[in-house]
Write a protein that binds this ligand. Structure first.
Ligand code: NAD
Ligand code: DAU
Length: 339
């Protein structure tokens, strides 16, 4: 099987490529990535010379380039991880989110229609369901929960999901969608909560917690997400949406404190800052469908996953030091200096 993985130089796509090459060494894997600020070739350095791996620097919005690649590689499967993925950046400047997340997805699906495909899998997010109240722990997102977005990011991802289902109904494109909760693990870009707090704590820099830190996220170790996607692509039903999450809800403040203790730092580093605009209160996935239909269950407990993740950031400082030495500093100043 030949598989195109878009956005494979990013966090989840990179982890997926490692997972796939190990689980299915007989497959040919092509990574298509524009290498935006969030894409890092160093993430893929260990597989770059594999004979069944190819990296192509390309924008998913570049129709000609995408068609050329499909012509050359004749992929059986496309998994679309490529996206602008950070909510705070979408609040600052929505337009690139609309371009990549919506237009880019449609270009990929047009290529799938033109050249034929066994499966187009869209990596979606639980943020398309909006948020749940903090005082209703009995409520969860199911696949039937109405789309109700809060940020330009989640709106662009919801638009992409709607287009994916429209291409299925209108053109019969064999699609699936997964909607996952917050991922954590190796290679996550330092703008996101967990790596940002680990790296700031290591530098004894303030740990900027939005609002009162009471917002809840449902954390899943990235490898468990990769396994779910692989299962959906192989055994999932065409035209279906699968929610992915492991019932691991935590308040932001508790995550930050856990990192502070793990690194033997002081809680005095915690700094409560102005809240994110439109900040979603709580995400919580009901994974019953993927469990019943495909037998998926998360394998990594949060206590183990967070230890592995912190250890990875301690052992791979050159990976993130390279990132935070450049453009990231300007981003950090813009986002946090006067907050
Ligand atoms: P990321 O920001 O770490 O990586 C995104 C990758 O996409 C980067 O390598 C970037 O260079 C590439 N990219 C961006 N625009 C592109 C374009 N126009 N053409 C080609 N490549 C482009 O993101 P991530 O956290 O790994 O998320 C991957 C996917 O999973 C996204 O679709 C995101 O919406 C979804 N998702 C993420 C999470 C999470 O917790 N991080 C949870 C659920 C779903
Ligand atoms: O739920 C899935 C989504 O999870 C994905 O679709 C997104 O791509 C991914 O970025 C993530 O979105 P969040 O907004 O939940 O992740 P983030 O790491 O940005 O923030 C997690 C929580 O931590 C959120 O409530 C905001 C808060 N936060 C974040 C940062 C960066 C802080 O309090 N301080 C911070 O500095």
């Amino acid at each position: 099987m030949t598989i195109i993985v878009t956005g494979g130089a990013g966090f989840i796509g990179g982890n997926y490529i490692y997972y796939h090459l190990k689980a299915h060494p007989e497959d040919r894997v092509i990574c298509l990535d524009k290498l935006t600020y969030a894409g890092n070739l160093s993430t893929l350095s260990a597989v770059m010379n594999y004979p069944n791996f190819r990296f192509v620097k390309l924008d998913i919005c570049d129709r000609e380039g995408v068609y050329r690649l499909f012509e050359e590689e004749k992929p059986d499967v496309v998994i679309n991880f490529a996206a602008e993925s950070h909510v705070d950046r979408s609040i600052e400047n929505p337009s690139v989110f609309l371009q990549t997340n919506i237009i880019g997805t449609s270009v990929l699906m047009d290529a799938c229609r033109k050249y034929g495909i066994q499966r187009f899998h869209q990596v979606g997010t639980d943020e398309v369901y909006g948020d749940l109240p903090l005082d209703r722990p009995d409520l969860f997102f199911t696949e039937e929960t109405p789309i109700h977005t809060s940020s330009p990011y989640s709106s662009s991802k919801a638009s992409a999901d709607l287009l994916v289902m429209a291409y299925h109904r209108t053109y019969g494109l064999p699609v699936t969608i997964s909607r996952c909760s917050n991922n954590y693990g190796p290679y996550q870009f330092p703008e996101k909560l967990i790596p940002l707090m680990i790296i700031n704590a290591l530098h004894d820099k303030p740990l900027p917690v939005y609002g009162e830190g009471l917002n809840v996220r449902d954390w899943l170790y990235v490898e468990d997400h990769c396994k779910a996607i692989d299962l959906i692509v192989r055994n999932g039903k065409v035209g279906e949406v699968y929610n992915v999450g492991g019932h691991n809800e935590m308040r932001n403040i508790d995550i930050v404190k856990l990192i502070v203790y793990a690194l033997d730092k002081s809680e005095d580093l915690i700094s409560f800052v102005t809240d994110r605009k439109g900040h979603d209160l709580r995400y919580a996935i009901d994974p019953t469908k993927i469990h019943n239909a495909l037998g998926w269950l998360p394998e990594t407990k949060f206590e183990d996953g967070i230890k592995k993740t912190i250890a990875w950031y301690l052992e791979n400082q050159s990976w993130w030091k390279e990132i935070i030495s450049g453009e990231y500093q300007k981003y950090y100043q813009r986002m946090y200096a006067n907050r």
